[in-house]
Design a protein around this ligand. Structure first.
Ligand code: ADP
Ligand code: ZN
Ligand code: ZN
Length: 744
C-alpha cells in the first residue's frame, strides 16, 4: 500500500520509489524518496531524480518496501514535481501494458505519451500569463511619457481594467512585448498567472443534425444500447453518414456528463471535423496533434485530465489523453496506417483505443468506408459488432467507376485521351475535377535516351525524382539532392529526359490542355509551411480552382462537394508491392479516392488509368465492391498464414557495413531458437533483405517472427527481446523491434 500523506512512520525500512526514467532501460529504477512532504498518492506523480551525472524527470510507477540494490547504492530522488498524480491509474496501466506489448522501454514510452512541457517537468498547471499595471502606472502616465509604445500599452491595459492576457496583447501588437518587458523591469508592470478557461459552451446551442435514415438509426440505437464496453465496426461508404452517427452517439455521452475521445489519422482532417463538432455538440472541445506547440498540447491534455474538456479530437498520440469521465471512444478512418506510430515507440492507436475502451468500460466505434482486414476479421469473430451503412446519405448517389486501359495510348503528362475528354465534360458542367497521383515532383525518373542511364541515389536503392521547378534531382527516401546534370555522366550525350508523370508535370500538362482553368496542387511540396495544408484545403473547398491535383494527402476523408470527377492517373503503382498489405492499401485507396466524387447532389464519375485492366483485384473491386474484395483477400491471407490469421513481429537491423545486419539477425535468430520451448508455436523467418535494401547509405535486413496465436508471440517476445541488446553484433547495427508491423 502506498504511504498516505506525510512521511510514513513506523515499522521497517523507509519506502523505495520505483521510477520510470526517460532512458532506454528495461526496468524502472529504485530511489529513496526525496525530502519534503509526500503527495497523497505518489504513484503516477513525476519526480526529479539524479541519473548518472545528470538529472531526469521520471514517473513513480510503484512504491516498495525493499530494493534489490543494497541501501548504500540507492540514490535519493531530488524533488517531487507533482502534488497529485499526473497519470491516473488507468492511463498508467494502459501505458505499462502498451510498453510491454510493443516491447518498448517503459520510461521512454511514458515520455512519448506526454506533451513536451510535461515531459520536461513543467508544472501541471493550466495557467495563462497576464499583465497587470502597477498601481503607480495606473494613476498617472509620467513614467511612460517619453516611451510611446509603453504609453500605448498602458492605455490598452487601462481600457481593459488594468490587466489583460499576455498572449492576446502580443498578438495585437508584437512591439508591446519589448515595451512590457521594460516596464516589468521597472516594476511598473506585473506578470500574473490565471487558471486557463476551457472554451466555454454556455453561449453555444448545438445545431440539430439531419434526421437519420433507417440504417443510421439502427446503428445509433445499437450503439446507444451498449452498457459499458462494446466494440463496433461502423462500415459505411464515404458520405453514408458515419460522422452523423458518431455525433449523435457522442451527444448522448456528453449529455450524461461524459467525455468523448475522437481519433483521426491526419492533422489535415482535424479542422473540418472540429468545425462540425463545435457546431453540433455542446461542451468544450480541445484538439491534440503534433502540429500544435508543446504548450498548446499540454494545455489541451491537462484540460482533458481536469475533466474540463468534454470532447478531445486528436491524431494517434491523443490515445494517451487522460479521461477521468470517459464515455465514448471513436476512431475514424480506422484502416489508415497513420494511426500507427512507425518509429520509436511503435504502437497502433486503433488497437490501443479498443484496449482502453475495455479498461474504461465504455463503447468504442471504429469507422471506415474500407475497414482493415484486421477489423473485419474481428467483426466476423463477433469480437466487434458489425454495423453497416450501405447507402450514401441525403441526395448523394454512388459514383460510377470505370477503368481506362492505357496500354496502347499516348499519354500527355500522364493523361490519356478518354480521361482528357471526361475532364473537359466535367469542367464544362462547372464542376471540380480531382486528379490523383501519388508521386510528387515532375517525373519519377530521369533517363538518358542514348544509353539508358538512370539517375539513382548513391545512398539508397532508389531513383532520384526530377523536380523541375527547382531544377533538382531529389531522393524521396533520404532527402539527398543533386543538380540536374547537363549531360549523361555515363555516355556524355545531352539527351536526358524525364520519364513518367509526377504532380508537377501533371500540372503543366493540364495547363496546356485546359488553358485558363484554375489549378490547385496539394502535395508535400506545396504544403510544407505550417498551416499551408489547411489553407489549400479551404481554397479547394471554396472552389477557388476547378482542377485539383493531389497525392494521397487528398485521398482521405475531405469533403469536397463540388468534385464530380475523380481520376487516378496510375492505379498500377500499388498493384505489385513487396508488402503483403500492398493490395489491401491499394483497394482502400481506390475506394477512398472514389469517395471524393459526387458527394453533393451531382452524381460522380471515377476513372482509373491502368495497364492491367484484367487484374483480379481491380475486377473484384469494380464489379463487386470493397466487401467482396475484402472477403476474397481474407481467404488469401488465411491460406498464406498472414495477419489477421497470424501475429507478426519484425526485427529490423541496419548498418553501413553490408554484413553487420545479417550477423546480428543471425545471432538473434539463433538465440531465439534456443529460447523456443517445445511447440512454442513461433517461427523465425529470415533474415532477408528489407524491401529497400539500402537506404541513406545503410544496408538493411529483417527477421520475421510469426505465430498463429498472439499469445505465443507475446510469450516468445518476452523471453527473447530483453537479450537482443547484448547479443554479438548488436552494437554494430541500429536495430528495432516492431510488434504488429503495419509496414514490412
Ligand atoms: P461519412 O462520415 O460517412 O463520410 P457524413 O456523416 O460526413 O458521412 O455525411 C455526409 C454528408 O451527408 C454530410 O454533409 C452530412 O451532413 C449529410 N448527411 C448525413 N446523414 C444525413 C441524413 N440522414 N440526411 C441528410 N443528410 C445527411
Ligand atoms: Zn547516356
Ligand atoms: Zn536516397
Amino acid at each position: 500500500m502506498p504511504p498516505q500523506g506525510g512521511h510514513p512512520q513506523g515499522a521497517g525500512a523507509p519506502p523505495i520509489l520505483q521510477v520510470a526514467v526517460p532512458r532506454p532501460l528495461q526496468e524502472a529504477l529504485d530511489y529513496r524518496p526525496p525530502p519534503g512532504a509526500w503527495p497523497a498518492e505518489p504513484v503516477g506523480c513525476r519526480v526529479e531524480v539524479p541519473l548518472g551525472r545528470s538529472r531526469a524527470v521520471g514517473i513513480v510507477v510503484a512504491v516498495r518496501h525493499s530494493s534489490d540494490l543494497p541501501a548504500s547504492r540507492l540514490r535519493a530522488a531530488s524533488a517531487w514535481v507533482d502534488e497529485q498524480p499526473l497519470l491516473d491509474t488507468e492511463l498508467l496501466e494502459t501505458l505499462t501494458w502498451a510498453a510491454r506489448y510493443y516491447r518498448y522501454p517503459l520510461g521512454t514510452a511514458l515520455a512519448t505519451a506526454l506533451p513536451g512541457p510535461l515531459r520536461q517537468g513543467r508544472p501541471a498547471r493550466r495557467a495563462v500569463a497576464w499583465w497587470r499595471l502597477d498601481a503607480r502606472l495606473h494613476e498617472d502616465d509620467r513614467a511612460v511619457r517619453r516611451a510611446p509604445r509603453q504609453a500605448e500599452l498602458r492605455r490598452r491595459l487601462l481600457a481593459s481594467g488594468g490587466a489583460a492576457p499576455y498572449a492576446l496583447l502580443v498578438a495585437e501588437q508584437p512591439a508591446w512585448q519589448r515595451a512590457g518587458r521594460l516596464l516589468e523591469q521597472a516594476g511598473l508592470l506585473h506578470r500574473e498567472y490565471h487558471p486557463a478557461q476551457a472554451e466555454g459552451s454556455a453561449d453555444r446551442t448545438p445545431r440539430p443534425g439531419p434526421e437519420l435514415d433507417a440504417d443510421q438509426q439502427q446503428a445509433l440505437e445499437c450503439m446507444l444500447a451498449a452498457d459499458g464496453y462494446a466494440a463496433f465496426l461502423l462500415e459505411g461508404v464515404t458520405g453514408s453518414g458515419k460522422t452523423e452517427v458518431y455525433l449523435q452517439t457522442a451527444a448522448r455521452a456528453l449529455a450524461a456528463g461524459r467525455q468523448v475521445l475522437i481519433l483521426v489519422p491526419e492533422i489535415g482532417l482535424a479542422p473540418q471535423f472540429l468545425e462540425r463538432l463545435r457546431e453540433r455538440l455542446s461542451g468544450s472541445v480541445v484538439v491534440l496533434h503534433s502540429g500544435l506547440s508543446g504548450t498548446d498540447r499540454a494545455e489541451a491534455w491537462l484540460a482533458a485530465r481536469d475533466g474540463d474538456a468534454a470532447v478531445i479530437l486528436g491524431t494517434r498520440s491523443a490515445i494517451f489523453t487522460p479521461l477521468p469521465r470517459p464515455g465514448l471512444i471513436v476512431v475514424d478512418e480506422e484502416h489508415d496506417p497513420s494511426l500507427a506510430q512507425q518509429d520509436g515507440f511503435r504502437y497502433s492507436a486503433r488497437d490501443l483505443a479498443v484496449l482502453r475502451a475495455r479498461t474504461l468500460d465504455v463503447p468504442v466505434v471504429l469507422g471506415s468506408a474500407t475497414p482493415s482486414l484486421e477489423s473485419l476479421h474481428n467483426a466476423r469473430g463477433a469480437r466487434y459488432t458489425h454495423l453497416r451503412l450501405p447507402h450514401r446519405a441525403g441526395l448523394a448517389r454512388a459514383p460510377s467507376v470505370q477503368l481506362v486501359d492505357i496500354r496502347s495510348r499516348r499519354l500527355v503528362g500522364g493523361i490519356s485521351a478518354p480521361l482528357q475528354e471526361a475532364v473537359r465534360r466535367h469542367l464544362d458542367a462547372g464542376s471540380q475535377v480531382l486528379l490523383f497521383l501519388n508521386r510528387r515532383g515532375y517525373a519519377p525518373v530521369l533517363i538518358c535516351h542514348a544509353c539508358g542511364w538512370v539517375a539513382g541515389c548513391h545512398r539508397c536503392d532508389a531513383r532520384l525524382t526530377y523536380h523541375r521547378s527547382r531544377a533538382q534531382l531529389r531522393c524521396h527516401h533520404c532527402g539527398h539532392t543533386a543538380r540536374v546534370p547537363a549531360a549523361c555522366p555515363e555516355c556524355g550525350e545531352a539527351d536526358l529526359r524525364p520519364l513518367g508523370p509526377g504532380t508537377e508535370r501533371l500540372e503543366e500538362a493540364l495547363a496546356e490542355l485546359f488553358p485558363g482553368v484554375g489549378q490547385l496542387r496539394i502535395d508535400r511540396d506545396t504544403t510544407r509551411r505550417r498551416g499551408a495544408l489547411e489553407a489549400q484545403l479551404a481554397a479547394a473547398h471554396r472552389g477557388d480552382a476547378q482542377l485539383l491535383i493531389g497525392t494521397q494527402m487528398l485521398a482521405k476523408g475531405h469533403h469536397l462537394p463540388a468534385v464530380t470527377l475523380v481520376a487516378v492517373i496510375d492505379v498500377d503503382q500499388g498493384l505489385f508491392g513487396a508488402d503483403f498489405r500492398a493490395t489491401e492499401r491499394l483497394a482502400q485507396l481506390v475506394v477512398q479516392v472514389a469517395g471524393r466524387a459526387g458527394r453533393g447532389e451531382q452524381p460522380g464519375e471515377v476513372l482509373l488509368q491502368t495497364r492491367h485492366p484484367e487484374h483480379p483485384m481491380l475486377r473484384t473491386l469494380l464489379e463487386r465492391g470493397y466487401p467482396a474484395f475484402a472477403e476474397a483477400h481474407l481467404a488469401e491471407r488465411q491460406a498464406a498464414g498472414l495477419p489477421p490469421y497470424a501475429a507478426l513481429a519484425l526485427l529490423r537491423a541496419e548498418s553501413v557495413h553490408a554484413d553487420a545486419p545479417y550477423l546480428f539477425l543471425e545471432s538473434a535468430a539463433q538465440y531465439g531458437r534456443s529460447r523456443l520451448g517445445k511447440g512454442g508455436g513461433v517461427e523465425l523467418l529470415g533474415p532477408v533483405p528489407a524491401p529497400m535494401e539500402r537506404r541513406e547509405g545503410r544496408h538493411r535486413a529483417q527477421l520475421m517472427v510469426r505465430a498463429e496465436r498472439r499469445i505465443d508471440l507475446q510469450r516468445f517476445l518476452v523471453a527473447w527481446s530483453g537479450g537482443l541488446g547484448s547479443l554479438e553484433g548488436a552494437r554494430q547495427v541500429r536495430w528495432s523491434l516492431d510488434v504488429d508491423p503495419v509496414e514490412m
